[in-house]
Design a protein around this ligand. Sequence first.
Ligand code: AHR
Length: 704
Amino acid sequence: MQTISDGPRRRGAVSLCLLLTAGPLMPAQTGNGVSLRIKADQITAKMPPTFHGLMTEEINYAFEGGLYAELIRNRNFKETVPARQNRQNPEQSRAAKEAKDLVNWSLVEERGGVGSMELDTATPLNNAVPASLKLTVSQASGNQSVGVANEGFWGIPVKPDTAYKAMFYAKASAGFSGAVTLSIMSNDGTMVAATAQVPKLSENWQKYEATLTTGNVKASAGNKFVLSANRPGTIWFGFVSLFPPTYKNRVNGFRRDIMELLAAMKPQFLRFPGGNYLEGNTFDTRFNWKNTIGPIEERPGHMDDAWGYWSLDGMGLLEYLAWCEDLNMEPVLAVFAGYSLRGQRVRSGPELDVFVKEALEEIEYVTGDTNTTWGARRARDGHPAPFHLRYVEIGNEDYFDREKGSYDARFTAFYDAIKAQYPNLLLINSAGFSAHALTTRTPDVDDDHYYRSSGEMAAKANDYDSRPRNGPKVFVGEWATRVGSPTPNLEAAVADAANMAGLERNADLVMMHCYAPLFVDVNPGAMQWTTDLIGYNTMSAYGSPAYWAQHMFANHVGDSVLNIVASGIPYREWQQMPRRMGGPPGSAPRAADTSGLTRPTPMPTPIPEMFFSATRDTANGTIYLKMVNRSGTPQQVNVSISGLTSIAQAGKTITLSSANTSDTNSITDPHKIEPVTADVTGLGTEFTRTVPANSITVLELNGR
Ligand code: AHR
C-alpha cells in the first residue's frame, strides 16, 4: 500500500435525512452531494467474529502447482490421463505417449548415456501407488548419465539462495553400485541451479531425503528436476517429492508468497473443500476425505473431474486444517451429502447412512480427542490437539438437486445424526435462501451463492436491508462480480465493495461471507473459471483489485455496525442481460444445467451509484466509514455524525481507484491498482469529502 498526504478539505452543510439506503428511489443527484447521517450511539449489529473469510476448492490449479507447495507434478505416477492443458499442447501429448503414459516425466540421456524409462505395474511401492517409474540405465560410465526428469507444474521455480527439500522412494537392481544425483536444472540442461547426491541405493524400497541449495542464481521458471545415475543397472522410483521453503516452514506446507497475500487479508474463517470439488461428477470422484489423510506417499489421489484435472490430494483434510491454523482461521467444513454434480444421489436408507457415518467420522477426526478412534488417527497423522469447529455445511449448492424432497430428506438425516452427537455444531443449508428446499428441519444458517455482473451486483447490493429477520442467519459462501479475466478489474472490485457495504450494514443477519473462487494459476491452460481473487504463476503471485477491496473491508472492521442513513444518492439506468435459467438467481452455471433456456429481458431499472456503511471499534473509538462510488464522476458526500462527544479533525483515508474501470492488476503488472493511504484533516461531527470516480474509500475517524 502506498501512503500520500492529503490537505484540508472544505467543511460543508449537512442536509436533512430523507432516505434510508434501502428506501424508495430518489431522482438523480442535482449537485449538492449525498447526505450521510451516522448515529454513532445506535448500534444496529455486532460484527460477527467470523465475518470475512475465504472459500476454497481445487479449481484453476488452486493447490496443484498453487498454494500446496509441492513442485513435482505426478509425483506418484498415477496421472496417466494427460491433464486438460496437456491435451491442448501437442508437444506434451507426444512426450506423454512416448513415455507410455508417464505424464510430466521424460528420459534424460547425457553425454552418450543410454537408457529407458517406463511405468512398471509389477513393482508398486504400496497399494495406494500401484506402479513405479522404472529407469533402466544400459550404458553409463565416466561422466555419462541417464535419468528421469520432472517438468513440474509449468516449470520448477528456481530462486537464489534457496533450500529445496527432496524426498523419494527408490530401490535398485541387485549389483547396482552407482549413486543417484538430484539436480534442478534449466530445461535445456545448460544451467544446474542446485544438486545433491544419494550415494547408494538399497535393493528394497527405502525413503531417501536430500536438500538442494541454490546459490547466486537468476530466478527462473524454465527448469526441471532430474534424478540420474551414472552406472548401468535398474532403479525403481516409487514416489518423488520436492518442496521449496514453505510458509512458517510447515512440512508438506504452503507457498509463502500466496500465504502472505492471504494473511494480509486477515481472514476469519475458511470454507472448504468445495464447491463442486466436494461433490465430484460422481460419488467415486467426490472429495473422499479418508483418502486424503496420512503419509503423502500413501494417498492415492483422485481425478478432480468437476474441474478436469488430477488431484494428488497432498492438500488433504489435515492440510486444510493446518492452513486454518497458520492463518488463525476458523474451519467451515463442508461434508459430502450424497449428491454429485451429474445427478447421482441417495435420498435415504442404508446407502445414505454410509455418507452420514463418513461425515460423523470426519467431524471426529477434526474435533475428537485422542481417546476417540478418529481423534487418535489425527494424532498419528501429526496433530494431537483437536481443532475448534463450529460450522458444518451439508453438501454444496444442493438447489441443483432437482428431485423433489431429495435435499430435504438428506439434510434431515445429516442434521439429526450430527446434532445428536454434536449439539453445539451449527449446520449450514447449502441450498440457500431462495430455494426453500428444506421443510422438515430448520437449518442454523442458509448459504447464499451469487455470481453477478457489476450492474446486477449494484442493483442487489442493498437487498439484505429488506430480507426478513425471522429465518436462519445468512452465510454468503460464494459470491463475486464477474468482470475481468483471469482476475477481476476495478469495475468488479467497486461492485464487490458495494455488496460488502450491504453485507456489513446487515451483519445482524449476514454472519459470514467469502469470495469465490479464491485462486487462479495464470499459466496457459490452468484456468477453468474466470474472475478469481488472487492470480499467480510459477514464480510470483498478485492480488486483483477485488482482492484489495476485500483487504480494505477486512482490515477496517471494528466491532459494531452503526446506524447510517443516506439521501441524495445518484442513480443510473441499468438493464439486466438475459440469462440462462437454472438454479436460483445469480447462481453459477453448473455442468448439470443443460436447460439452455433464458429468462425474459427485464425492463431498465434505476440502480444506485453510491453505497455506504459505518462500523466502530468501541475500544478505541475509531469509526470506519466505507464509501463506494460506482459513478464515473467524483461525488461530494456531506457527513453528519451524532451520538459522540467529539470527532478529531485529523483522520485517514484508504482509497482504491484508477483512471479506467477496466484497469486491473496482472502477473506482469501486479501493483497497478492498490489502496492509497492518506492523512486527512478537516473532519469533525460535520464535514464534506469528495470521493473519486469509480472508487472505494475507507475513512478512518477518531471519535470519543
Ligand atoms: O466457484 C466456482 C463454482 O461455483 C463452485 O465450485 C460451485 O459451488 C459454484 O457453482
